[in-house]
Design a binder for this molecule. Sequence first.
Ligand SMILES: NC(=O)c1ccc[n+]([C@@H]2O[C@H](COP(=O)([O-])OP(=O)(O)OC[C@H]3O[C@@H](n4cnc5c(N)ncnc54)[C@H](O)[C@@H]3O)[C@@H](O)[C@H]2O)c1
Length: 418
Amino acid sequence: MADFKVKNLSLADKGNLLIEWASNHMPVLNQIAQRFSEEKPLKGLRIGACLHVTKETAVLVKTLAAGGAEVALCGSNPLSTQDEVAAALAKVGIKVYAWRGESRDEYYWCINRVIDHQPTITLDDGADLVSTIHSSRREALENIRGGTEETTTGVMRLRAMAEKGVLQYPIIAVNDAYTKYLFDNRYGTGQSSIDGILRATNILLAGKRFVVCGYGWCGRGLAIRARGMGANVIVTEVDPLRALEAVMDGFQVMPMSEAAAIGDIFVTATGNIAVIRGEHMLKMKDGAILANSGHFNVEISLPDLKEISVSKRTIRPNLEEYKLKNGRRIYLLAEGRLVNLASAEGHPSEVMDMSFSNQALCVEYLARNPHMEPKVYRVPKEIDEMVAKLKLKSMGIEIDKLTEEQKKYISSWESGTI
Ligand SMILES: NC(=O)c1ccc[n+]([C@@H]2O[C@H](COP(=O)([O-])OP(=O)(O)OC[C@H]3O[C@@H](n4cnc5c(N)ncnc54)[C@H](O)[C@@H]3O)[C@@H](O)[C@H]2O)c1
């Protein structure tokens, strides 16, 4: 069996420059890599990773290898692999199976090659690796002692597996660390999704009506960044609490059926299916732009879009024009896949520094705790706090310390109104 499959190995030098650039902006992960290379806490582990193959992921993979692990890697989305990075990793002996533009079959072929390496730990982003292992590759379960999950949608799928009693090994929900979702989902998705939209279209955001579907962590990042560029932001939600937050954060909130008729740009970030459907598309203005930042390409109903269209043209990479039966045109970005990864470069390295430091430390935690129950776990508080502390330190920011009097005061009940 070949030890890797990438688009073009001669891109490795370019990939190395990108990885170096990312690494320069990932001081916390570098510190962990330094310790890992001295202590080798992951010695003997075989890691099977299904993550977006970006320059930041390369820094994580190298960190895990520095800790003594063998790593096999595939992409977690058919359109998100940076081919230069995949080539650079293959050249240093990482078993990488990933290229940009995989078909569905190729995508699962790559996942299966990672499973062939008999991982003892899995790293997943969206739970396609874990669900493949639990459905068609159950023999792999024998070697696996634990795993981690990077994103909201993956955690939802894994919790569903745990509730139904089918999850066979422990998984740490890296997504749910404060030092992950408060920064990666919010500021990472906010900035990089706008970046993806601009790279695909180069439109002016100022003055546009920018509809954000879902006011979760990704949605609020998108909303604040779009407002910062002068757009009028409209939010759609199904959760009354989050809708209320959006209202009090100063955004217009309305149902999709109303937003459809007035929006210029629509971005989904819900983790849900068919949030924008044919009935909405038929109400949209000529020239409306649709993009998705949620994990899977199901948030904008592509079957509906195809059904109500009479023709389709590719205007430029990541920008497709659909002509509808009603004569209007709708522009779909990045085939409805994660716009920030397919049309830009994913999150900036600075936020991935925190997400992937959590990943590295959670892998170490799994290595040190081999007998955990098959459940979905939160990231241990010590890890979350350590990542926050190290990140602040790397930014040169100091904070106050509690005095002894303050520690006593906040843990007592005796003193009240004075
Ligand atoms: N693009 C990226 O790089 C990136 C990064 C992190 C997470 N994600 C993905 O983005 C998605 C959202 O993640 P999150 O952390 O913001 O989740 P979240 O749970 O915090 O937020 C999702 C929000 O969508 C709302 N929602 C659900 N169905 C809806 C509907 N039909 N209409 C309107 N709103 C609806 C929910 O009420 C919730 O408030 C997930 O799929 C996640 O995996 C993508």
